[in-house]
Design a protein around this ligand. Structure first.
Ligand code: FAD
Ligand code: NAP
Ligand code: SF4
Length: 675
C-alpha cells in the first residue's frame, strides 16, 4: 500500500479525475509579467512532471481596474489566449492539469482606478477605491466570466475564482468594507450576491466540463469579518451556483496575524476547513503551512479536507509528489516558510524563486546538466553555501569531498534551528544530511582543513562562512558577556535580565530565543492561537478573540539595542519583519536605538546618545549578548592563494555583509552548475 494513501488517492470530479489530492496553490511569482512564455511554461511543466494533480496559476486580472497593479498579468485579448496556450499545452504534454486564477484585487489593487463596494481605503493601500455603481458591478461580473471563457479557450482545465484574502469578492461579503445600502449591501444575502453571481455566470459561460474552484475566506482575521455560519451559507450558495471545488482562504492581507510565516504552526488552519466538511457535497481543499507529505496525509486522514493545497512547497521541490509517491519523502527539499525568495521578492517587485531551490522560476536559465568530465571537488565548509555546491556538483557526476571542522553539517543553520519559530530549519538540515548520503558525498567532519590537504583536487571551493564581528566595546571580555554563538549553542547560562547588542536578524532571533525560553508557540497550536488572538469564527466574527493577543509571560527581560536611530528590524524580511517586531513587543522586549556603546560593566551596558555622547544611561543587565554582525572567515582562502592556488570562494567567506542562506545557496548552486 502507498505510504500516503489519502494523499495519493484519485479524486473523481465527474467529468474529469484528478490523479491525487495535491493542488499546487496559486502563487504570484511574477513570471507571467516577464512576457517570456517559454519560461512560464517550463515552470509549470516541471511541476506537472513532478506529479501534482492540478495547479493554479498566479492571479490573472479580468480587467484593468481589477489587476493587482498596472502592468499586471491579465486575460483580456486574443494575444493573451495565445500566450497562455503555450503554458497549457506544455502542462498537458507533461501529464498535468492547470487552472487559471482570476484575481480581481478590488481595493487592494495598486492602481488609482481601483474599485470596491464602498470607497474605503485599506490600511495597506495607497489608493482610495471608487465605489462601484450597479453598472460597474455588472461589468465586473461580465469581465470575470469573460476571462474564464478566454481561459477555457487558452486550454486551461478550469479557473479558480479568487474570493478570499480581502480582494473584491471578499470585500462585498463583510460590513468592514461593504457599507452599501442597495441590493449589494445590507443583509448577508445581499452582500454575498456578487460572489455567487460571479460563480453562476462563470459556470453558465464555460459549460459543465470545466473546473471552477471558488477560493472562500473561511476565517477573515479582521474586525467584523464573516462568521462560520456565513461561511457555510456562502459555500452552499457557491456550490449551487456551479462551483466544482471550494478552496480555503485564510486571513485578509491587512490582517495583523501571521498566516503562512515559518512561526505559524504546521497545518495551523486545517481545523477551520474541517468545520465546513459535510456541509457541502463538492470537494473542499485546505491550505496554509502544509509542507510535508506526512502533514498533508494527516490532514486528509483526519477528515479536515478532501484535498490539500501546497504552494511554496512546490517551489522548494517540483518533484514533491513523485518523491512522496515513490516512498522517498526524505528526498523532498523542504519549504521552510521563510518567504525570503518567494513572497519577499514578489512584494519587492522581483521575480520569485526559492531559498532552498534557486532553480524555481529559473528553470530555463539555471540548468543542472551532467558534467562533460567528472572532477574531484573539495569543499571546505558544510554550511548552506558548501552544501549546495556539494549536492549540485555530485548530481552532475563529480566526485565530492566535503569538510567541516564542526561535528555536524549545516553551519549556522544549526543555530537558526534553535530559535523558537524557526523549527523548520531542522528539516532543512535533515534534508541536507539525507541528500549528502544519497549522493555518495564523502564527508569529513570534525576536521579543520589546512591548505596542504587541498592541493590535489581538481576544484577547491572555500565556503568557510563567517566569524562574529568584534564590536570593540570596553568591558566586552567580562564574564557577563556572551556571543550569540555561546547562547544559541547552549554553551553558557544566561541571566534573567539581558541586553542584546545589535538588532539585525541574529539580534532579533536571539531575543526571541531568550524571551520564549523552552516554550515555542509554533510547536503548540492552542498556545499560538492565544498568543495572536485567533479563535473559532463560529464564536467570534472573523475568528478574532475579543480579548486580543494573550502571549505567555516572557522568560526573561530583554533590551534590544542598536546604534541606528531607525526603526528596529528595518532590514528584516518584507513580509516577516512585522511579525518579529510584533512578537518581541508582545514579549515586552524593550527596543533602544540611537546609542553609542560606552562600556560594559558589572551592572549592565552603559550607553550614551547623540554625537556629543550625552545622556549616559545604564541598561541594567545580568548578561550582555553580542550580535554585532559578522565578518568573512577567509584565512584558508588566503593561505591557498599564497600557495598559488585560486579557490572558488562563496557564501559568507566571500562577502559577509547582508549574507543570508538565500544568497549562500544561490551562489553555491550556480557555481556547481558551472564546474
Ligand atoms: P556558514 O553557515 O557559516 O558555514 C561555514 C562552515 O564552514 C561552518 O560549518 C564552519 O564550521 C566551517 N568551517 C570554517 N572554517 C573551516 C575550516 N578551516 N575547515 C573546516 N570547516 C570550516 N539566513 C537566512 O537566510 N534566513 C534565516 O532565517 C536565518 N536565520 C539565522 C539565524 C541565526 C541564529 C543565524 C546564526 C544565522 C541565520 N541565518 C539565516 C544566516 C545563515 O545561516 C547564513 O547566512 C548562512 O549559514 C551562511 O552560509 P555559509 O555556508 O556561507 O556559512
Ligand atoms: P546584521 O543583520 O548585519 O546585523 C548586525 C547588527 O549589528 C546591526 O543591527 C548593527 O546595528 C550592529 N552592528 C554592526 N556593527 C557593529 C559594531 N561595530 N558594534 C556594534 N554593533 C554593530 O547581521 P546579523 O544580525 O549578524 O545577521 C547576519 C546575517 O544573517 C544577516 O545578513 C541576516 O540577513 C541573516 N539572518 C537572517 C535572518 C532572517 O530572518 N532572514 C535571521 C538571522 C540572520 P547598528 O549598526 O545600528 O548598531
Ligand atoms: Fe518556502 Fe522560503 Fe522557498 Fe519561499 S523561499 S518557497 S518560503 S523555502
Amino acid at each position: 500500500m502507498a505510504e500516503y494513501p489519502h494523499l495519493m488517492a484519485p479524486l473523481d470530479l465527474g467529468f474529469t479525475t484528478l490523479k491525487n489530492r495535491v493542488l499546487m496553490g496559486s502563487m504570484h511569482t511574477g513570471l507571467e509579467e516577464t512576457g517570456d512564455w517559454n519560461r512560464v511554461a517550463e515552470f509549470y511543466a516541471e511541476r506537472a512532471r513532478g506529479g501534482v494533480s492540478l495547479m493554479v496559476t498566479g492571479g490573472i486580472g479580468p480587467n484593468k481596474e481589477g489587476g493587482v497593479a498596472a502592468g499586471a498579468a491579465a486575460m483580456l485579448t486574443q494575444k493573451d489566449i495565445e500566450n497562455h496556450s503555450v503554458v497549457t499545452d506544455r502542462v498537458h504534454k507533461a501529464g498535468g492539469k492547470i487552472a487559471m486564477q482570476i484575481l480581481h484585487a478590488g481595493r487592494y489593487a495598486f492602481n488609482p482606478d481601483c474599485v470596491a463596494p464602498s470607497p474605503i481605503k485599506s490600511p495597506i493601500s495607497l489608493f482610495q477605491p471608487t465605489e462601484l455603481d450597479e453598472e460597474g458591478i455588472e461589468k465586473q461580473i461580465a469581465d470575470i466570466a469573460a476571462a474564464a471563457v478566454r481561459a477555457k479557450d487558452a486550454g486551461y482545465d478550469g479557473v479558480e475564482i479568487m474570493g478570499s484574502e480581502g480582494y473584491l469578492l471578499n470585500e462585498f461579503l463583510v460590513t468592514h468594507t461593504n457599507k452599501r445600502t442597495d441590493d449589494w449591501g445590507g443583509s448577508y444575502e445581499n452582500r454575498m450576491r456578487l460572489p455567487v453571481e460571479v460563480v453562476r455566470r462563470t459556470r453558465a459561460a464555460t459549460g459543465s466540463d470545466f473546473i471552477i474552484i471558488y477560493r472562500l475566506s473561511m476565517i477573515d482575521l479582521i474586525p467584523n469579518g464573516s462568521t462560520h455560519e456565513e461561511v457555510v451559507q456562502l459555500a452552499q450558495a457557491v456550490e449551487k451556483a456551479g462551483a466544482t471545488i471550494i478552496n480555503t482562504g485564510i486571513g485578509w492581507h491587512e490582517a495583523r496575524i501571521p498566516t503562512i510565516a515559518t512561526s505559524v504552526p504546521r497545518a495551523a488552519f486545517s481545523w477551520v476547513t474541517k468545520k465546513l466538511m459535510g456541509k457541502v457535497s463538492i470537494p473542499i481543499i485546505t491550505s496554509n503551512r502544509i509542507n510535508t507529505p506526512e502533514v498533508a496525509e494527516d490532514v486528509l486522514a483526519t477528515g479536515c479536507a478532501d484535498m490539500v493545497s501546497m504552494a511554496r512547497p512546490m517551489l522548494a521541490d517540483a518533484y514533491f509528489v513523485n518523491k512522496a509517491e515513490a516512498g522517498k519523502g526524505w528526498q523532498i527539499a523542504p519549504c521552510i516558510a521563510c518567504n525570503q525568495a518567494c513572497l519577499d521578492h514578489t512584494f519587492g517587485g522581483k521575480l520569485s524563486s526559492c531559498l532552498v531551490n534557486p532553480r524555481a522560476c529559473n528553470e530555463t536559465e539555471l540548468a543542472v546538466n551532467k558534467a562533460a568530465a567528472a572532477k574531484t571537488v573539495a569543499i571546505v565548509g558544510a554550511g548552506p553555501a558548501g552544501l549546495s555546491v556539494a549536492l549540485t556538483a555530485a548530481e552532475r557526476g563529480h566526485s565530492v569531498t566535503l569538510f567541516d571542522k564542526a561535528d555536524e553539517i549545516g553551519g549556522q543553520l544549526n543555530m537558526a534551528k534553535q530559535v523558537p519559530g524557526k523549527e523548520e530549519f531542522w528539516g532543512l538540515v535533515d534534508w541536507y544530511k539525507a541528500m549528502v548520503a544519497d549522493l555518495g558525498i564523502e564527508v569529513k567532519l570534525g576536521h579543520e582543513v589546512g591548505a596542504d590537504e587541498l592541493l590535489d583536487f581538481d576544484e577547491v571551493v572555500i565556503a568557510t562562512g563567517v566569524v562574529p564581528r568584534d564590536p570593540e566595546i570596553p568591558g566586552q571580555d567580562g564574564a557577563n558577556v556572551l556571543s550569540y554563538i555561546d547562547v544559541l549553542r547552549g554553551k553558557a547560562p544566561v541571566g534573567d535580565k539581558v541586553a542584546v547588542i545589535g538588532a539585525g536578524g541574529i539580534g532579533f532571533d536571539v531575543s526571541e530565543y531568550l524571551v520564549y525560553g523552552d516554550n515555542s508557540p509554533t510547536e503548540n497550536l492552542p498556545e499560538w492561537m492565544a498568543e495572536w488572538g485567533v479563535t473559532d469564527p463560529a464564536k467570534h466574527r472573523g475568528g478574532l478573540a475579543p480579548e486580543g493577543p494573550q502571549p505567555h509571560a516572557p522568560a526573561r527581560a530583554v533590551t534590544l539595542v542598536q546604534r541606528k536611530a531607525t526603526k528596529h528590524g528595518k532590514g528584516l524580511g518584507k513580509t516577516t519583519g512585522w511579525i518579529h517586531r510584533a512578537s518581541l513587543k508582545m514579549m515586552d522586549v524593550n527596543f533602544v536605538g540611537g546609542v553609542n556603546y560606552e562600556r560594559i560593566e558589572e551592572g549592565g551596558l552603559m550607553v550614551s546618545f547623540g554625537e556629543a555622547r550625552e545622556n549616559p544611561t545604564l541598561i541594567e543587565a545580568d548578561t550582555i549578548v553580542l550580535c554585532a554582525g559578522q565578518v568573512s572567515e577567509r584565512s584558508l582562502a588566503d593561505a591557498l592563494i599564497a600557495k598559488g592556488i585560486t579557490p572558488h570562494v562563496i557564501g559568507g567567506a566571500d562577502v559577509a555583509g547582508e549574507l543570508d542562506a538565500k544568497r549562500a545557496i544561490d551562489q553555491g548552486t550556480r557555481l556547481a552548475a558551472t564546474l
